[in-house]
Design a protein around this ligand. Structure first.
Ligand code: FAD
Length: 522
């Protein structure tokens, strides 16, 4: 290696253990850290959305991205936890006369699988959990056949973006696939699109496809996600009424949006409110109809919910809250939505954001469904040996209170997919992740960690109205969740406290003089 390829980037004694620093090596931003005395250098961009990792939390050898909670080992560059799918590039480091020298980049490469394995692992579903599982199987060295089956026409793509940058027009369609076709070819992951699974026989170890074909498996992961709930009112299934779950749904909505001036959104959940924001950015007049008095109040409390509502109103969204829809009439391009109180809202088109139900219809005869979902143990295996479940359909023992919980979050589904893959390969580890989700609307990103269940008291750090805060949610005096905007490392610290079951009294959470990261480091 030519010595000219090495660059002096800083002094060795500039680097303090536990404090990261960004330097330039050529055009690259490089993250420098001292871990257990040794200086390490990795790329500073998170491969997920390119957020700068130096603004995230550094916890020993792990750096946590501030944007969407991806985790990396800074000593190896390895991705520990999604939503990032790739490792970080690594730069060799040497110290010369007290100078830190950084050498030529070693690009991140997906690990190569060696050997052979006669087994076939099927993955039903090619969404967050399915894709993460397929990739993890290969990362962990599984050399057998992997078949990932999806009823949709698109191979795995960035579903959360459908209602955000893609819908507002900021993200191009070509940014949406999680991987290229070549990636799946190289990794020998067979992706069957437009292929619906209609039945599973756990004893025979087969799935049946809509075409009537039976596919045998040695192990199977069920990761079929959710299907939009319908609304039992006249006109809800008519032309010009849309749901948003798939890439195809998003393309159809964008086509309708291009020809319309007004949209009515029914439902004020996260997808509905992200759509309000994105379609508003496209210049449409947005009306939101929902039965609750204040969107998100149950989850995040009145103060945070009011902050979000105000931001939407400032951007021109008109809310019709405490309201229900009686009927939708008219054709595509000229629809009218009638509320129960007689109000008539004009719309070029209508979107129903009324939640999802787990897509478990194909399991009718398999005896694996309870309370609408698929219960699994701590390894994510169902009651049938060799059959695993992850993502929106899985009822998983909760890391905080052990109760079976079904979560509908992208990162959770990916982490469960990753965990299930390891379990399929024989790992006995228990799934102990704390739920994490983010939503992006009105130009801000709100993140939430922990339980989405009931809480009875809350405490704040920072200033909600100024958009820089962490809200802590307590149940019987114990912190069970937190939500935040603009204080990402504090939220990461709280996430770790929840995971490690470290007590965080409300007074400590509210005291800005207390460094929460230092508490989890120490
Ligand atoms: C528009 C939108 C925005 C979102 N934004 C966020 C966000 O910002 N943050 C967040 O945390 N979460 C978000 N979510 C939720 C998140 O996308 C889901 O929690 C996540 O995708 C669940 O992953 P999954 O693998 O369980 O299912 P999915 O990703 O839904 O994948 C399910 C797969 O199963 C396939 N399938 C279903 N039934 C069958 C069958 N019978 N046969 C064959 N294949 C089948 C589907 O075609 C699909 O490939 C959003 C969801 C949507 C729709």
């Amino acid at each position: 290696m030519a010595d000219s390829a090495w660059q002096k980037v800083c002094r060795d004694d500039d680097l303090v253990e536990g404090v990261s620093r960004v330097v330039k090596a050529g055009d690259d931003d490089v993250l420098l850290v001292r871990v257990e005395g040794t200086v390490r250098a990795v790329g500073n961009k998170c491969p997920h959305y390119e957020c700068p990792l130096n603004e995230g939390a550094l916890l020993g050898r792990v750096v946590v991205c501030k944007c969407h909670d991806a985790r990396f080992d800074v000593t190896t560059g390895r991705m520990i936890s999604p939503p990032a799918l790739n490792d970080l590039p690594v730069y060799p480091v040497r110290i010369e006369d007290g100078d830190v020298m950084v050498g030529p980049v070693e690009k991140a490469r997906f690990p190569k699988t060696e050997g052979t394995d006669p087994r076939t692992f099927l993955i039903v579903g090619a969404g967050a959990a399915g894709n993460a599982a397929a990739e993890t199987l290969r990362r962990e060295g599984f050399a057998g056949r992997i078949v990932m089956i999806t009823a949709e026409s698109d191979p795995p793509y960035d579903r959360p973006n459908l209602s955000k940058e893609f819908m507002s027009g900021k993200a191009k369609p070509e940014w949406m696939p999680l991987r290229s076709a070549k990636f799946y070819q190289n990794q020998k992951i067979e992706v069957l699109t437009n292929t619906k699974v209609t039945a599973l026989d756990p004893r025979k170890k087969t799935v049946t496809l809509a075409a009537g074909v039976e596919m045998p498996f040695d192990k199977v992961l069920l990761a079929t996600g959710g299907a939009p709930r319908s609304l039992p009112i006249p006109g809800a299934d008519g032309e010009g009424c849309f749901n948003l779950r798939s890439f195809a749904d998003a393309r159809a909505i964008m086509e309708a949006a291009a020809a319309a001036k007004r949209v009515v959104l029914i439902g004020a959940g996260f997808i509905g409110m992200e759509l309000a924001s994105s379609l508003g950015e496209r210049g449409l007049a947005v009306n939101v109809v929902a039965p609750e008095a204040l969107p998100f109040a149950q989850l995040v409390g009145e103060r945070v919910a009011t902050y979000l509502r105000k931001r939407h109103e400032e951007k021109g969204v008109a809310f019709h809250l405490g309201a229900t829809v009686r009927q939708i009439s008219g054709s595509r391009g000229a629809k009218a939505v009638f509320l129960a109180d007689g109000t008539r809202l004009e719309a070029g088109f209508v979107i129903l954001g009324t939640g999802v139900l787990p897509a478990v219809g194909f399991l009718a005869a398999a005896d694996l469904v309870k309370d609408g979902g698929v219960p699994v143990n701590e390894r994510l295996e169902t009651a049938a040996p060799g059959v695993y479940a992850a993502g929106d359909i899985a009822i998983v023992p909760d890391a905080i209170d052990g109760k079976g919980t079904r979560i509908e979050h992208w990162v959770v589904a990916e982490r469960q997919g990753q965990h299930a893959a390891r379990a399929m390969l024989g790992s006995a580890a228990r799934y102990d992740e704390v739920p994490f989700f983010w939503t992006r609307q009105t130009g801000i990103s709100l993140k939430h960690v922990g339980s989405t269940g009931a809480w009875d008291a809350l405490a704040f750090r920072g200033d909600v109205e100024a958009g820089k805060f962490v809200a802590g949610y307590y149940r019987k005096g114990t912190l069970v969740a937190a939500a935040g905007v603009g204080l990402p490392t504090e939220l990461t610290a709280v996430e770790l406290m929840l995971r490690r079951k470290i007590t965080l009294p409300a007074e400590t959470l509210s005291d800005q003089g207390v460094d929460l990261l230092a508490r989890v480091r120490g």
